[in-house]
Design a protein around this ligand. Sequence first.
Ligand code: NAP
Length: 387
Amino acid sequence: MAIFITGSTGYIGAHIAANLLDECGEPLNLLVRAKNQQEARERLWRALQLHLDFAAFRSALESRIRIFLGELTNARLGIESGEYAELVRTTDSVIHCAASLNRKSEKNCLNVNLRGTLQVIELAMRARDNHGLRRFSHVSTVAVAGQRQNEIVEEDSAIDWERSDYDPYARTKKFCEHMIQELLPDVPRTIFRPSIVLGDSRRPETNQFEMVRAFVFLASLPVLPFRANDRVDIVPVDYVANAISHLHLKEKPQHEIYHLSSGKDSETYAELTAALAAAQGKRAPTFAPVLERSTKNMVNLLSGRLGKTGKMATLLKVFLPYLTWNTVFDNSRVANEMGRPAPFSKYCFALLKFSRENHFLYPYKPWPSDAALDFSASQSAAQGTRR
Ligand SMILES: NC(=O)c1ccc[n+]([C@@H]2O[C@H](COP(=O)([O-])OP(=O)(O)OC[C@H]3O[C@@H](n4cnc5c(N)ncnc54)[C@H](OP(=O)(O)O)[C@@H]3O)[C@@H](O)[C@H]2O)c1
């Protein structure tokens, strides 16, 4: 029986899939958006090459991974009916990691996050009715806590339906948690809520640059429109993925909801900028919180415009509420089971250096030109003998 994973071509999902390939012997059923199997394999190779060399990837494809070509927003996940029946029959647990993080598009968030999650829940119900479901894990976000200021938020009090949200992403992710709890009451569930996932504490390399761009831009400013002692809750991707894969495999995690965050250990802007300045032999910036409102106005004015400035303003418009809310997410639950995450100050300079030197592009290795044909032969043979 297999673990069904959505979002394995994405940043966090690929880390989770790589961990599971490494840590457990279970096969993985992966939902991948692609026109055909070869395109899907190539998309997976792009996502997983941060973790595996091609020989290990190929061996996983031949022995452990089964790709289901699909799309979250379509009926039966867009999977052809015979294949869908196979997916139901062979799925023993679910990790739903895919989402639209497009905070600007209500339409995308409604379609992918709400309609898509409903399709994943339906699959889970069918697997439960067919042979039982061991666990449904959902990757949510701390943004479900809505608009906050100067708070330490705990898991059980994060969702407050009377509170406004910063954007459609937060609103739809909040409702996803609600759907899972209401529609799968009899299935063991785990809800993971990462805070800002930025970089990897084990290495400088990353292949997700959106938030990194905003970080590198802000790190270059001599004056920051923030309060020096505000804390920002950042957590490395390796910690997030380790917690998800480990707790998903555990027979009885202690809790249903986990903040995957730095919590009370979150560092202040003063601490982070001092660490970066020391690493670069530069002067730390000064803080001018009086500029917060005018910065927000300027960002609003410039966002949506063409060119580099417009792009950066659009990015900052989305993230600024989460950078000025001075709110952190209690992580005692996960820290008790997994230890504490590495502080951002320990690895932020390596991330900044890698990103600048590579112009915010990961140096992807292409699919080996001779691997396609003989690969498909060996995989059909392997799929015939598996399960
Ligand atoms: N990154 C963060 O800082 C952060 C913080 C808190 C929570 N989270 C949560 O973590 C999860 C993963 O985020 P991420 O940063 O890894 O995002 P990501 O890199 O953008 O990956 C998103 C994944 O979802 C898939 N997906 C999107 N729309 C789909 C659709 N219609 N059908 C099928 N698959 C679809 C994408 O597939 P394609 O490759 O085909 O596009 C991709 O595999 C999300 O649930 C997010 O809410 C992230």
